[in-house]
Design a protein around this ligand. Structure first.
Ligand SMILES: Cc1cc2nc3c(=O)[nH]c(=O)nc-3n(C[C@H](O)[C@H](O)[C@H](O)COP(=O)(O)OP(=O)(O)OC[C@H]3O[C@@H](n4cnc5c(N)ncnc54)[C@H](O)[C@@H]3O)c2cc1C
Length: 109
């Protein structure tokens, strides 16, 4: 349609949301790592980082497929593989539900 897809405002907003959420996950992860490195208890922040990053990554990949349109669904482009691969991050090393169990347990400890 005569311009890069990101210049359509709705698509641009979707990509901006991806960037916001990726950076938020990065900061949560770093906060958890800093606590660990300084010898402090970090299980709440580690669980927050794991749950947020995994759920965020799943949503970002689903939205990325949408941005690519039909090309997002076919295997000629890597984005559909990223979407399939990222699902497991909500499952292994403690599912997103179990991370939330840890967070609520620590909040009311
Ligand atoms: C590719 C891959 C690699 C893996 N690698 C390893 C590994 O190297 N080492 C290892 O030890 N394990 C490994 N696992 C296992 C992984 O850690 C488990 O699959 C994961 O912990 C979930 O356990 P489960 O499959 O028994 O699901 P279940 O515990 O049966 O859970 C099923 C669903 O119920 C939900 N659920 C369960 N209990 C609760 C609860 N109390 N409250 C709310 N929701 C709940 C879960 O969130 C999930 O959605 C791997 C799994 C995969 C897919």
């Amino acid at each position: 349609m005569g311009k890069p897809i990101y210049k359509h405002q709705a698509i641009g907003h979707s990509i901006a949301d991806m960037a916001i959420n990726i950076q938020a996950a990065r900061l949560l992860t770093w906060q958890s790592a800093v606590l660990h490195d300084s010898g402090q208890q970090n299980s709440t922040y580690a669980a927050m980082a794991k749950a947020f990053a995994a759920d965020m990554a799943m949503k970002v990949c689903i939205d990325a497929v949408q941005v690519f349109g039909g090309y997002g669904y076919i295997s000629e482009y890597p984005v559909e593989k990223l979407m399939r691969d990222v699902k497991v991050s909500q499952i292994y090393e403690g599912t997103s539900q179990i991370q939330r169990n840890i967070i609520v347990r620590e909040l009311f400890h």
